[in-house]
Design a protein around this ligand. Structure first.
Ligand code: TNX
Length: 541
């Protein structure tokens, strides 16, 4: 038979490798920062064409030890995964998919046991360090091999995002680029600071469909975010099919702010989003806002109103006027049905019930309602999350409070609840960057990129310290956000900084250094064709 395929691959690999090595030496060291450690000052490369360094990764890894030289990725590079492990094979395929468009290589995912020979990528749980936790990983790059090792698959997935960022920026282009595709050598040991690193998309004020949501999830995964909070109902729209209450989507789903078109997810579409998120190690956190922010439901069913009269649809932006009829039995039948159906299609452990901005109920009425909602969420096997107003009630041990503005999150923390930090003045992605920003609101202030980055979750709110913080989340409310291009513009680059706040250690995290790393990400955002705010605070390359 002459040359068999394996031998041919090996010879071809050796030849390409030899050429690559020569190329590396002729360009000098592939890593100009070799010898530096994560504590040394960062010198980002000056142009997108310069060889990549280990120092431009966002979120910044826990520890980085650069070494001389680099690994040349070629068409013959194999991605070796443990044979018989479907989950890791899928992660290997994901990597191959991400590298395909720009390199033109159809990298083979090879089931194997043990470390492969030179010129390959090795992805494994073998030797994974439990001390790096469920999401940590070690990425060791030598001129011969890329070895990605983690204790759990989520860590491997995050390590792959790091690997993508170690390749030159054109790796993100959708069409074939010249290369060469050199990964700088060194060792990265990495793990997150917080377990909750989230983004929220409000699909109620304006609706964004499955394709947009998937694109949003892809971007979250790239920055190692792991919680996707979907704000599914509000005064202006109801966006999730509830089979026992079909008018919620038939009537409540038809409207949006400003009379823009409505829309909703069928339960099948929601399941598709959940599965897509799962494949990117992101947990979906659905929110049905109650008892306020419910005009869309009150317009769909007359019996949910205390006076028995259906409300007209609301397409304005005012908040606080609507409430479910908290004294009526039918209200509790309604929330039981909604929570039961939503819990059944949500594999993640969380269900968000909103609870914010109710201006038409007394404190006792509000507290009694939220108490019942909490029992219902618990009955269907989920942990309740609420905005900080729910901090007033008797919280179950696993209930989580999401801080946005008031003093009640600290009260909840005193009672033992964990807090998700979403301070409006730092994390609200719907707030304008400057007065010149076209979309957006500014009630929490203008939030330039520096303001959104320069804060710490453990010191932001008096009475809430590191151990009480579950993590961080940036919400994008969409009253004024009408297109997915506007979504991108408000999200980028602020969400990138939020991802770093959630992942990287506080020590050494500084705007003056971060802005240089962020600048290096400009060509990557361009290559991914994202619309983003080119803040004058950032020296974009
Ligand atoms: C406050 S934050 C809200 C939302 C609005 C947002 C606009 C919170 C829990 N409620 O209903 O969309 O401000 O910035």
């Amino acid at each position: 038979m002459g040359l068999n395929v394996q031998t041919f691959r090996k010879i071809r690999q050796s030849l390409i490798f030899l050429i690559g090595t020569l190329l590396l030496f002729s360009c000098g060291n592939a890593n100009p920062n070799a010898g530096a450690t994560s504590t040394a000052p960062v010198t980002p490369s000056a142009t997108p064409e310069a060889p990549p360094t280990m120092n431009n990764i966002i979120p910044k890894p826990h520890s980085v030890q650069p070494a001389p030289g680099g690994f040349l990725l070629t068409a013959a590079t194999g991605i070796h995964v443990p044979s018989g492990n479907e989950e890791i094979t899928a992660i290997g395929r994901y990597l191959a998919e991400k590298l395909q468009p720009a390199t033109g290589f159809n990298l083979e995912v090879i089931p194997a046991s043990g470390a492969p020979g030179a010129g390959n990528i090795y992805i494994t749980l073998e030797g994974g360090d439990p001390a790096l936790g469920e999401e940590g990983y070690t990425l060791a790059v030598t001129p011969d091999l890329i070895a990605l090792v983690a204790y759990m698959p989520a860590g491997l997935f995050h390590g792959i995002q790091t690997l993508r960022q170690l390749l030159p920026a054109p790796i993100e282009q959708p069409t074939v680029q010249p290369g060469p595709w050199v990964v700088p050598a060194g060792v990265i040991r990495d793990q997150p600071r917080f377990t909750w690193r989230g983004a929220m998309l409000d699909v109620a004020r304006h609706f964004f469909g499955v394709a947009d949501v998937k694109a949003f999830l892809d971007e979250m995964a790239y920055y190692k975010l792991n919680r996707f909070h979907l704000h599914l109902s509000d005064d202006q729209g109801w966006r999730i099919e509830i089979k026992s209450w079909p008018n919620l989507t038939a009537i409540g789903g038809a409207t949006s702010v400003g009379g823009d078109p409505g829309g909703f997810f069928t339960q099948e579409q929601y399941a598709e989003i959940v599965a897509y998120a799962e494949s990117r190690y992101v947990t979906v956190v659905p929110e049905i806002d109650m008892p306020g922010h419910t005009n869309a439901a009150l317009a769909s069913y007359a019996e949910l109103n205390c006076d028995g009269v259906a409300r007209p649809p609301h397409t304005g932006m005012e908040v606080g006027f609507s409430t479910l009829c908290v004294g009526a039995d039918i209200t509790y039948k309604f929330i039981d049905d909604v929570i039961r159906e939503l819990a059944a299609i949500t594999p993640g452990p969380y269900l968000h019930i909103g609870g914010d901005e109710v201006q038409t109920l007394g404190t006792d009425e509000y507290n009694a309602f939220v108490q019942k909602a909490q029992s219902t969420v618990h009955k269907y096997g989920k942990r309740m999350i609420g905005w900080d107003e729910v901090g007033r009630i008797d919280l179950l041990p696993l209930t989580i409070v999401q801080y946005w503005n008031g003093p009640l999150a600290a009260e909840a923390a005193r009672k033992g609840a964990k807090v998700i930090m979403s301070p409006a003045s730092r994390t609200y992605l719907d707030q304008k960057y400057t007065p010149a920003t076209e979309p957006g609101l500014y009630w929490a202030g203008y939030i330039e990129v520096q303001e959104s980055y320069s804060w710490d979750p453990a010191t932001q709110l008096e009475g809430v310290s590191e151990g009480q913080v579950l993590g961080v989340e940036a919400p994008l409310w969409t009253e004024t956000i009408r297109t997915f291009s506007d979504v991108q513009y408000m999200v980028f680059p602020r969400l990138i900084g939020l991802a770093e706040i959630g992942w990287s250690t506080a020590a050494g995290r500084e705007w003056s250094e971060y802005r240089l790393r962020l600048a290096e990400h400009g060509p990557r955002l361009d290559a991914r064709n994202l619309n983003y705010y080119r803040s004058p605070q950032v020296p974009w390359v």
